[in-house]
Design a protein around this ligand. Structure first.
Ligand SMILES: Cc1cc2nc3c(=O)[nH]c(=O)nc-3n(C[C@H](O)[C@H](O)[C@H](O)COP(=O)(O)OP(=O)(O)OC[C@H]3O[C@@H](n4cnc5c(N)ncnc54)[C@H](O)[C@@H]3O)c2cc1C
Length: 239
């Protein structure tokens, strides 16, 4: 054990998104000594979300504000949150877990809760970051209701894309699925559902190269009009 090894925790929580903060809050209420290790600011993906309207008890709340409330709630019950990146979790011979971080620390506990979440796959095209939360979204269930009566484009051809496109037709007047191949990878049943849906149109063999906004872009979530330009230069559906 080195000088940088910290023991005495009942549980170590990796990640302080909503799941990690919830775990930290319950650990505190359960009188457990818990350490939460977060590589960034507490809140996780909530910090990439502009407005949340589907979290019960909060009719409408900014993502950062909800993140702050969750962190405060967890801290009220004694949550200890350190900023560091977990690089390795290893079970030692004594049955405890060694949690090693980028800052050279090793934390030890008999239990580890992994709440490291996931990161949406980005297209990596110009305009994507600029309009994230202002017309560009990574979660249909979360944000679909913001796009009532709009024309949308979903990029991709796997299960997630096709299922989300189908879901979005309950809000949108039209949903384009923009896919870079000539056939979808989604499971057959999802494909059949999409092809039978009159609001869905697939744009084949096209790759999004840029996302452009209009002058309305400053209107935050009310701004939905983003133009997607395709590799071959044809077609400009709006999301
Ligand atoms: C654009 C967008 C909009 C959304 N809108 C809504 C909405 O309106 N309503 C809704 O209910 N949900 C919404 N969601 C989904 C919601 O944000 C996620 O379901 C939720 O954040 C998942 O929580 P989590 O704690 O599991 O993971 P995350 O929020 O991903 O948190 C994981 C945390 O772990 C940290 N971490 C990861 N690896 C390490 C490591 N090695 N060391 C230390 N820390 C690490 C990350 O930095 C992160 O803070 C949205 C998501 C996105 C992306």
């Amino acid at each position: 054990m080195t000088d940088d090894t910290k023991t005495g925790y009942d549980v170590i929580i990796v990640g302080a998104g909503p799941a990690g903060l919830c775990a930290a809050m319950y650990a505190g209420r359960g009188m457990l000594k818990a350490l939460t290790i977060e590589r960034g600011a507490p809140g996780g993906e909530l910090l990439n979300t502009d407005l949340i309207e589907d979290y019960i008890g909060f009719e409408s709340i900014k993502g950062w504000e909800l993140a702050q409330k969750m962190a405060e709630h967890a801290k009220k019950f004694g949550a200890e949150i350190v900023t560091d990146t977990v690089e390795q979790v290893r079970k030692a011979d004594d049955g405890w877990f060694d949690v090693a971080t980028a800052r050279g620390k090793t934390y030890r506990a008999p239990a580890v809760i992994l709440t490291a979440g996931g990161t949406p796959v980005k297209l990596g095209v110009p305009g994507e970051g600029e309009y994230a939360g202002k017309g560009v979204s990574y979660c249909a269930v979360c944000d679909g209701a913001f796009f009532k009566g709009e024309v949308l484009a979903v990029v991709g051809g796997g299960d997630a894309a096709v299922e989300e496109a189908d879901y979005l037709t309950r809000y949108a007047t039209k949903v384009y699925i923009v896919h870079r191949r000539d056939q979808l990878r989604a499971s057959k049943i999802l494909q059949e559902r999409a092809f039978a849906n009159p609001k869905i149109e697939v744009i084949w063999n096209k790759q999004v190269v840029e996302i452009k906004g209009t002058a309305r872009r400053r209107r935050c979530v009310h701004f939905h009009r983003v133009q997607a330009q395709y590799g071959s230069g044809r077609g400009t559906p709006q999301t």
